[in-house]
Design a protein around this ligand. Structure first.
Ligand code: HEM
Length: 441
């Protein structure tokens, strides 16, 4: 791969980040050096190396400065916090993501999807091409608002999505900046970013204040956050602290899932035999009825499609850590203060772990994650103490949405739009997933 003096691989990386990382790992192995400008960055993708960084020696690999990119929007959020602050927040919100709690959400998720049918029926009747990414963003945002904060955001939906999109685009501009703190200040000052953030703040603070004023019997995430008391001081979280967590869950809870669903539909659209099998399963299991807690376990093949989609397109395609002290990762010495980048996208394409890695084959997951695989051979939701909180919720939600859509519509890709991964902070299908929707009879 072409490396330049001073800037190293920066130009190659800027042109095509995803394939640069894949090729770097092919050339150098599971712990590779990624020379981007003056910084030496290490790309860790071998399962042993990833396990070392994320789990076994997690204390030596902190989020540190890597999260400067998220702070302008998310503040002191759970995803960015460290040490005791993080432990307290995580302990607090964890119950809202437990298996028991998540399984109780099936009906609300299914209901929310169904509430979109009139709108989607109209799109089907219009016979116009539709960008599925937009549809998936709308439905996942509505779901997260209902299950976590018990609010209906139909009226604000468009405004919110557009604001998230603009804010994310601004943050993306600084994602790989060699001067994160400076870039963070720069983004905060951008008028476009400030306007987008003001819109998001307005909605989130409105949700918090209405709850303070009106209360509710519901035991949702918002109630947990607002009812929390510090064990020593007895004080509750300030509006600002609640806002940071609500914003985090709003963002983390809709975008990644919507993009993964869009990739799922793209893969189904390009693999008609798999699509036919999924449709058959949905018809057999649901028999014209909706998805319920009792029926969801029987949607085995649909779930296999979800798992295989997240192998090929793990929408959080990279995460980063800063090393505290010198360490040795899978045999390679890494100095303290270095940046480590981890990429499930690259690991999931390692032919030693996944034969014919580019092939879309849900059968790989017939018995769940293949047994022969090392612990970090498949990790779309990361692992160790900072594992994604939505790791149970997201695949469940995806299974419900895919099944209900496949039951009601036939979805065909519009030809002439070759889709490729565009890595912003998350992995987007570019230019979109354009489809025709047809009502099934
Ligand atoms: C397909 C969908 C999703 C994917 C691929 C995904 C992936 C990830 C990954 C890889 C991380 C770890 C990042 C790191 O270590 O730097 C993470 C963290 C997190 N995710 Fe997800 N996620 C998804 C859906 C969700 C959902 C639905 C929620 C909540 C409703 C959520 C909430 C979070 C939170 C709060 C964290 C931070 C956890 C912590 O630092 O303690 N995610 N996610």
């Amino acid at each position: 791969m072409r490396s330049y003096p001073v800037v190293g691989l920066l130009p190659t990386f800027a042109r095509d980040p995803v394939n640069t990382l894949v090729r770097l790992a092919q050339e150098q192995g599971g712990v590779a050096v990624l020379p981007l400008g003056r910084r030496r960055i290490y790309l860790v993708t071998s399962p042993a190396g990833v396990q070392h960084v994320l789990k076994d020696h997690a204390g030596n690999f902190i989020k540190g400065r890597t999260m400067d990119v998220a702070r302008p929007l998310l503040g002191e959020s759970l995803v960015a916090a460290e040490g005791e602050t993080w432990r307290r927040l995580r302990r607090l919100v964890q119950p809202a993501f437990s298996r028991h709690y998540v399984m109780n959400m099936v009906d609300v998720i299914a209901d929310t999807v169904t509430s979109f049918f009139p709108q989607w029926d109209a799109l089907a009747e219009s016979k116009k091409p539709i960008n599925l990414v937009d549809m998936m963003m709308e439905v996942t945002l509505s779901i997260i608002a209902r299950i976590m904060f018990s609010v209906d955001i139909v009226e604000e939906e468009e405004r919110l999505l557009s604001a998230f999109d603009r804010a994310m685009n601004a943050l993306n501009r600084i994602a790989w900046s060699p001067w994160p703190r400076l870039s963070s200040l720069y983004v905060r000052a951008l008028p476009g970013f400030r306007r987008a953030k003001a819109t998001l703040d307005e909605v989130v603070y409105h949700i918090i204040r209405s709850r303070r004023a009106n209360g509710t019997e519901r035991k949702d995430l918002l109630a947990i956050l607002m009812g929390a008391r510090d064990a020593e001081t007895g004080t509750s979280l300030s509006d600002r602290e609640v806002r940071d967590q609500v914003m985090t869950v709003f963002l983390a809870g809709h975008e990644t899932t919507a993009l993964a669903l869009s990739w799922g539909w793209y893969l189904l659209g390009t693999h008609p035999e798999t699509y036919r099998r999924l449709q058959e399963e949905v018809d057999d299991v649901l028999g014209g009825k909706t998805v319920t807690r009792d029926r969801i376990g029987a949607l085995r093949y649909t779930r296999m499609v979800v798992d295989e989609t997240l192998r090929l397109y793990p929408t959080v395609w990279v995460t980063a850590r800063d090393t505290v002290e010198d360490d040795v990762v899978d045999g390679v010495p890494i100095p303290g203060g270095a940046r480590v980048v981890i990429s499930p996208y690259v690991t999931h394409r390692d032919p030693h772990l996944w034969p014919a890695p580019e092939a879309f084959d849900p059968e790989r997951f017939r018995e769940g994650v293949p047994e022969h695989l090392p612990l970090f051979g498949y990790y779309p939701f990361s692992g160790g103490p900072r594992k994604c909180l939505g790791y149970l919720l997201a695949p469940l939600e995806m299974t419900i949405i895919l099944a209900l859509m496949a039951q009601r519509y036939h979805i065909t890709l519009v030809p002439g739009y070759p889709v490729r991964p565009r890595p912003v902070l998350t992995l987007r299908p570019h230019p979109g997933v354009f489809v025709w929707l047809d009502r099934r009879h």
